[in-house]
Design a protein around this ligand. Structure first.
Ligand code: ZN
Length: 122
């Protein structure tokens, strides 16, 4: 799978999670762009599938990126609801890129988040 295609698939999945509401202060983020402008990233994205080193899980353990709302509550963007075959393709891409570039999978996952966020801000 080529990188640009994968980024588009992820971005489309992220878009489906909006509008999104903060369960603490009830603020509604009308769009991904609105969310990116008004939240602060927390740490690095977490891929439970990669942590378990299961690239073709029968059930995805989840892949999430966290951000803090201005009220301090943590909100997650997740791979929940994404078709399993798409998740498998993304995990395979992360593994391939990590060995091709000689960097950790975490570096690749961060690259994916940076790229998808830049597309979301555009
Ligand atoms: Zn909030």
């Amino acid at each position: 799978m080529i990188e640009a295609e994968m980024m588009r698939i992820i971005l489309e999945h992220v878009y489906k999670q909006f509008p999104k509401k903060c369960n603490n202060c009830q603020r509604v983020f009308s769009s991904y762009r609105d969310y990116l402008l008004h939240t602060e990233r927390v740490g690095v994205p977490i891929s439970y599938d990669l942590e378990l080193d299961d690239l073709n899980p029968d059930h995805s353990s989840g892949n999430i990126a966290l951000a803090n709302c201005s009220c301090g509550n943590t909100i997650a963007i997740s791979s929940s609801g994404m078709p399993l075959t798409q998740i498998w393709r993304i995990l395979a891409w992360v593994k391939l890129e990590s060995s091709r570039r000689g960097v950790s999978k975490e570096v690749i996952v961060c690259h994916i988040r940076d790229t998808v966020e830049n597309m979301g801000r555009a």
